[in-house]
Design a protein around this ligand. Structure first.
Ligand code: GCU
Length: 421
């Protein structure tokens, strides 16, 4: 008997812990919750015009996301340098211009560098561009042998021939399927990409990457309200934008921040924290990105804080298995991008990212767009698969899995042509 009681005492908490993290994929089990109103301030004031939004509500929402979710950037860089390390007028069979630009960041006597790969259409005019991170190095997005292989730490991936956390020729071109470069160029846009591992390696280790530049004497990790990896990646996108402002071939007022999955979360935070971005595209960004947290469908705050605690600031653990306590939800992150164009996309087989939660988030952000006379998502009904709704706030759910496809890019290009060209 003693043994059984002892077993029960030990097994119960374990069982509870695993049960908590069992993802819910059943719409009927989504808890009832109140959607925080983006147009009512924390102290209950109704927000009725854009000036109240910009002076009262947006700042308080922004502050919440900054201090409780993604974390604050702890200071300013000492200096920043750009160096065009390679360029060609004859890329992609003569169709495009290619540039590789090294961006060096300096702080507290330390430095970090990352390389932007750019393809620009040869239109003779400054080009609008899509800017997005890649997961395995700039050389993976194209077969172009001129693209420099990064020496930064990389996640191992045997399918892509990446071992020992080192990128080599073996992985050149392995991700061409995710980057519709020719379509982007033919649409009159440029593409800029960066390898996220050069800005902050994707591992639970704060000794390296961007964070380490900002430490005070003896500091080893960010403070509770300071940046995790998503905010560091967003900061890197803004430094790329600093470069674009100096390049006459780029129209820096028409840069769209783009990202898939964890990098979609970064693209959203970049667009929210840096209003110079002309618009944002979130591809399957899911939990901590476009998807509503309070639905607890697929990945939850508890789950993401367990698997990837370093993506967010430490304060965010307050909401682990405690989404009810959040005074905000992710639609308010989307609302921070208003009135700039915003595209949220999902994939039917990507239930982990909660497509319905991503759609509703775009819908619930829309009243802020309407305050500016912009059209958001006007229906509570999700569109059919492969039937995009493209207003200033756009949404589609396509068939297929968690990925970026040519279908996705065709939608982004067509929409961007209407929005920023
Ligand atoms: C994991 C993680 C997601 C993330 C995804 C990705 O699935 O749980 O939050 O979006 O990785 O980046 O591919």
């Amino acid at each position: 008997m003693k043994k059984i009681i002892c077993y029960l005492l030990i097994a119960y908490p374990l069982h509870r812990a695993t049960a908590q993290f069992e993802p819910n994929y059943d719409e009927r089990k989504v808890p009832e919750f109140e959607v925080p109103d983006p147009l009512t301030s924390f102290d209950g004031e109704k927000i009725t015009d854009t000036s109240e939004w910009e002076n009262t509500r947006r700042p308080e929402l922004y502050r919440f996301f900054e201090e409780q979710v993604y974390g604050k950037v702890p200071g300013k860089l000492d200096s920043l340098f750009f160096n065009i390390v390679e360029a060609s007028e004859n890329a992609l069979d003569g169709k495009a211009q290619r540039k590789q630009v090294e961006v060096s960041l300096f702080k507290n006597g330390k430095s970090l560098a990352f390389t932007i790969l750019l393809y620009l259409p040869k239109t003779g005019k400054p080009s609008p561009i899509f800017l997005g991170y890649n997961f395995y190095g700039n050389h993976t997005i194209t077969d172009d042998t001129n693209v420099i292989v990064s020496q930064a730490w990389a996640m191992d991936n045997t399918e892509f021939g990446i071992t020992g956390h080192t990128l080599t020729e073996a992985s050149r071109g392995v991700r061409t399927n995710r980057w519709a470069i020719e379509k982007i160029i033919d649409g009159g846009f440029g593409l800029a990409t960066l390898y996220y591992g050069e800005v902050d390696p994707d591992k639970n280790d704060f000794s390296d990457g961007l964070h380490s530049l900002f430490y005070k004497e003896g500091q080893e990790r960010p403070k509770n309200d300071e940046w995790g990896s998503i905010a560091a990646w967003a900061f890197g996108m803004s430094r790329a934008l600093d470069y674009f402002e100096t390049d006459p071939d780029i129209d820096s007022a028409r840069v769209l921040s783009f990202g898939h999955s964890r990098l979609g979360k970064a693209a959203l935070w970049a667009g929210a924290s840096d209003t110079r971005f002309a618009g944002v595209i979130s591809n399957d960004s899911g939990c901590g990105g476009a998807a509503l947290s309070k639905r607890k469908f697929g990945e939850t705050v508890g789950r993401i804080n367990t698997s990837f605690p370093y993506w967010f600031c430490d304060n965010f653990t307050e909401y682990t298995e405690n989404e009810e306590a959040l005074p905000i939800d992710q639609h308010e992150l989307l609302a921070l991008i208003a009135p700039r164009p915003l595209y949220v996309a999902s994939a039917e087989d990507d239930q982990w990212a909660d497509p319905r939660g991503e759609f509703l988030s775009a819908r619930y952000a829309s009243p802020v767009y309407e305050l500016y006379g912009k059209k958001g998502i006007t229906s509570n009904q999700m569109p059919e698969v492969n039937s995009p709704v493209q207003n200033t706030v756009a949404y589609h759910i396509r068939t297929g899995k968690h990925d970026v496809t040519h279908y996705d890019w065709e939608q982004y290009i067509a929409w961007a042509e209407k929005m920023v060209k």
